[in-house]
Design a protein around this ligand. Structure first.
Ligand code: NAD
Length: 295
């Protein structure tokens, strides 16, 4: 089995790395937070003290980092992946970042003989734990064929959508749909509650109809408990919508609804709720309507 370097052991990276260990892959791991490296070492991984050390010891490298600047730092920066990686290494960046940055990193990696795939995921922490993420991949077919068994350990849907950058373009589409769905759920449920109707009954009544969705079933039970523990933080979703709006600007595409939800999320961040789960968007509507959608 190929040795895998895994960099970025946060909410998502940690369970994904654990699933690879469980599947029998030898893993060498790195995170800027040393306690996260120790936790994985306790679960059977080898500890590295830098991204370059993890890369030097592996054939495949996986990164699961917050955003474009962190990926650039960990891959292109001092003591980064490209300082350690041997020619022929495949770097699978599973972070959600700007598609343009995926292309830039891939170009620089190519000079060192390293092939990059952008392979962001959807599904959140529960699916990272279960190994049932949806993984959307951009990059060369032959590199994809070499890593798809590894990706299948972490996800139950692994789809190559095109060349480098297209994985992250697909992820932006995913994030627009999720953000707008949560906002729609929030708007509707605050109206129902303010009207005096039990929001749990509204949820049960509509979830089997056309308004039912994976988002509704994931987020409504948590909203009813007032549980906004992340999950997927509002500040990370702001990052994704910013990448989507930047891309739309470059391409001359109008996205009025994404812009509106971006404003809602930025307001929540400004009042100290940026680290809440994105299901916490409902709190914006609750505050304005002076009502809480609870059991
Ligand atoms: P996180 O902040 O929990 O984890 C990121 C980890 O990267 C942290 O442990 C941090 O210490 C580490 N890190 C930061 N800079 C580093 C560097 N230069 N070198 C090494 N390590 C570094 O974030 P997360 O929730 O795990 O998300 C990771 C990515 O997955 C993000 O792009 C996010 O948008 C995406 N994503 C998250 C979810 C979710 O539900 N959390 C779902 C789908 C996709």
């Amino acid at each position: 089995m190929q040795k895998i370097g895994f960099i970025g052991l946060g909410i998502m990276g940690k369970p994904m790395a654990k699933n690879l260990i469980k599947a029998g892959y030898p893993l060498i791991v790195y995170d800027i937070a040393p306690e996260k490296v120790s936790q994985l070492a306790g679960a059977g991984a080898q500890a590295a003290s830098s991204s370059s050390e993890a890369a030097r010891a592996s054939e495949i490298i996986i990164t699961m980092l917050p955003n474009s600047p962190e990926v650039k730092e960990a891959v292109l920066g001092g003591d980064g992946v490209l300082e350690g990686a041997k020619p022929g290494t495949i770097l699978v960046d599973m972070s959600s970042i700007a598609p343009l940055v995926s292309k830039e990193v891939s170009k620089k990696a190519k000079d060192k003989g390293v092939v990059v795939l952008d392979a962001p995921v959807s599904g959140g922490e529960p699916k990272a734990v279960d190994g049932t993420l949806a993984i959307m991949v951009g990059g060369p077919q032959d590199a994809f064929d070499k890593v798809k068994d590894i990706l299948a350990v972490m996800g139950d849907s692994v789809t190559r959508v095109g060349e480098i950058g297209s994985g992250n373009t697909t992820k932006l589409a995913n994030q627009i749909i999720v953000a707008l769905n949560i906002a729609a759920m929030s708007e509707a449920m605050v109206l129902a509650t303010k009207s005096g109707v039990d929001p749990e009954k509204v949820y049960q009544a509509i979830r089997g109809g056309l308004a039912g969705s994976t988002v509704l079933d994931a987020k409504m039970p948590l909203a009813l408990q007032g549980n906004f523990k992340p999950g997927f933080r509002i500040e990370l979703h702001i990052k994704d919508l910013a990448n989507a709006l930047d891309t739309a600007h470059e391409l001359g595409v109008s996205m009025p609804l994404s812009r509106a939800v971006m404003g809602i999320m930025q307001t929540l961040k400004a009042i100290g709720k940026g680290a809440d789960d994105h299901g916490g968007i409902i709190q914006y509507y609750e505050k304005l309507a002076h009502v809480e959608v609870r059991k």
